[in-house]
Design a protein around this ligand. Structure first.
Ligand code: KIV
Length: 270
């Protein structure tokens, strides 16, 4: 079972792989293949719960999905992505919500969409024994402030702020850092500046690892961002399986004899 220390040790040695998962069968597949980190992202809101953004995801939603993923994961590190306003409003509540993911649901660590407001909180969590993965660049919980999902760190001041915040979160004890939708040269600079592993999504090839949303990676999403890549056509496979099922029922070829049974004792009755 890898720990956050193992992950830190991998930085700069071997690329780190991370994928999201939200349910037990998906987590089992991701784990079986040997992915290092399973992130129970708040992207569960868009991918699984049918919301347009991640904002409506609750602590209860997260807990339920983290539990399912943790029960099905044997090797990978399980990281719980703390949902919008479950952290950062009230310190005690933030710590209890994050602690619950480890204590009751089996997560190994939490991820916080980070900024100046999460430096102290990260330190507090780490001191209490809750490993924290920070997340800088595009933080989708700020969608209403951004007015969409634009690239981040594209001018020198914004880029400098991201480097400074990366250092501050490393000093606060974060064991790794997700960098989302930032220029590759900025991600390279952050990766060279800090010692803990950087994990990129839309941040170029020079991070210590990469993360994608499962549904985008396997081709289950109807739409996926330009920085993502579909490595399969699971949506196509599912459509074709469902079509075959409907056709078989409609034409009467399912269920066949091998899917049914007759009970001899009932012969006299029927
Ligand atoms: O919620 C999520 O899936 C994420 C990843 C995109 C990093 O935060």
């Amino acid at each position: 079972m890898p720990t956050v220390r193992d992950l830190r040790a991998k930085a700069g040695e071997e690329p780190i792989t991370m994928l999201t998962a939200y349910d037990a069968p998906t987590a089992a597949i991701v784990d079986e293949v040997g992915v290092d980190v399973v992130l129970v992202g708040d992207s569960v809101g868009n991918t699984t719960l049918g919301y347009e953004t991640t904002l409506p995801v609750t602590v209860e939603d997260t807990a339920r999905h983290v539990g399912a993923v943790a029960r099905a994961t044997e090797e990978a590190l399980v990281v719980a992505d703390m949902p919008f306003l479950s952290f950062g409003v009230d310190e005690r509540e933030s710590l209890e919500n994050a602690g619950r993911m480890l204590k009751e649901e089996g997560a190994d660590a939490v991820k916080l969409e980070s900024g100046p407001h999460t430096v102290e909180l990260t330190e507090k969590m780490v001191n209490l024994g809750i490993p924290v993965m920070a997340h800088l660049g595009l933080t989708p919980q700020h969608v209403n402030q951004y007015g969409g999902y634009p690239r981040q760190g594209t001018d020198p001041e914004a880029a400098e702020r991201i480097v400074d915040l990366a250092e501050a979160h490393e000093e606060a004890g974060a064991f790794s850092l997700v960098l989302e939708h930032v220029p590759s040269n900025l991600a390279r600079e952050v990766t060279e500046t800090i010692d803990v592993p950087t994990i990129g999504i839309g941040a170029g090839p020079d991070c210590d690892g990469q993360v994608l949303v499962f549904h985008d990676a396997v081709g289950l999403s109807e739409w996926s961002p330009s920085f993502s890549k579909q490595f399969g056509d699971v949506r196509g496979e599912m459509l074709s399986a469902v079509e075959s099922y409907v056709e078989a029922v409609e034409e009467g070829s399912f269920p066949a004899a091998e899917h049914s049974h007759e009970e001899a004792d009932l012969d006299e009755l029927y």
